[in-house]
Design a protein around this ligand. Structure first.
Ligand SMILES: Nc1ncnc2c1ncn2[C@@H]1O[C@H](COP(=O)(O)OP(=O)(O)O)[C@@H](O)[C@H]1O
Ligand SMILES: O=P(O)(O)OC[C@H]1O[C@H](OP(=O)(O)OP(=O)(O)O)[C@H](O)[C@@H]1O
Length: 188
């Protein structure tokens, strides 16, 4: 049987990367893979969890059909390697750090995907972004402004599992693992 695509989305700073890092080992035990994204972000800022490439390298990979999914946001290009289709076909679940802006296109290609929307209190969000220190204040404000176009409509959308990360990360990890259990209503 084919695996499930789990599409983790949420505002910048809501904790997607932290959650994926913290959940990596328990997810692996459950046969769920986390895909490494390709991003046109500098090697220093990209972190170990993603592969940083130049815009020209990204364009080449895209032209070669190297991506199952790709989008642009925040002045960057993001690619999800085509390899996920082999993993899904082999029956593995695959978790993707996705984009709210690209949800409709992702759903069109993977109609059975499970959408997990990470949320965090707005008051905490700016503080977390500032504390992370990866972007300038202007870039942080642009990311916060981008949230306005998504927040309420997405929370009310059918088939979206809401996962709050305003509290300790360990709680969020536990709830994520819970919602991926067979038989959970999110997986129906
Ligand atoms: N539950 C949490 N409690 C406190 N800080 C958190 C929590 N989750 C994430 N953070 C911090 O918030 C910042 C943004 O998290 P990050 O994982 O980079 O978010 P995203 O990938 O969604 O942009 C990071 O500095 C991270 O350490
Ligand atoms: O359409 P959106 O939901 O706004 O998402 C746009 C992009 O921003 C996030 O990536 P990135 O890792 O660059 O940002 P973040 O770590 O600040 O969330 C997210 O994973 C998407 O790739």
């Amino acid at each position: 049987m084919a695996g499930r695509l789990i599409y983790l989305i949420g505002p910048s700073g809501s904790g997607k990367d932290s959650l994926l890092d913290a959940a990596r080992a328990p997810l692996a035990e459950r046969g769920c893979r986390i895909v490494r994204r390709v991003i046109t972000r500098s090697a220093e800022a990209v972190g170990e969890a993603a592969q940083g490439v130049s815009p020209a390298q990204f364009a080449t990979l895209q032209a070669e059909g190297g991506f199952a999914l790709s989008w642009q946001a925040n002045g960057l290009s993001y690619g999800i390697p085509r390899q996920i289709d082999d993993w899904l076909a082999a029956g593995d679940d695959v978790l993707v750090n996705g984009s709210r802006g690209h949800l409709a296109q992702t759903r069109a290609r993977y109609p059975t995907l499970l959408v997990v929307l990470l949320t965090v209190d707005q008051a905490v969000l700016r503080q977390r972004l500032l504390a992370r220190g990866r972007e300038s204040v202007a870039e942080i404000d642009a990311r916060l402004a981008r949230n306005a176009q998504f927040s309420d409509s997405l929370k009310a959308a059918p088939g979206v599992f809401l996962l709050d990360n305003s509290g300790p990360l360990a709680h969020t990890v536990a709830r994520l693992l819970d919602c991926l259990q067979p038989g959970h209503s999110a997986c129906a």
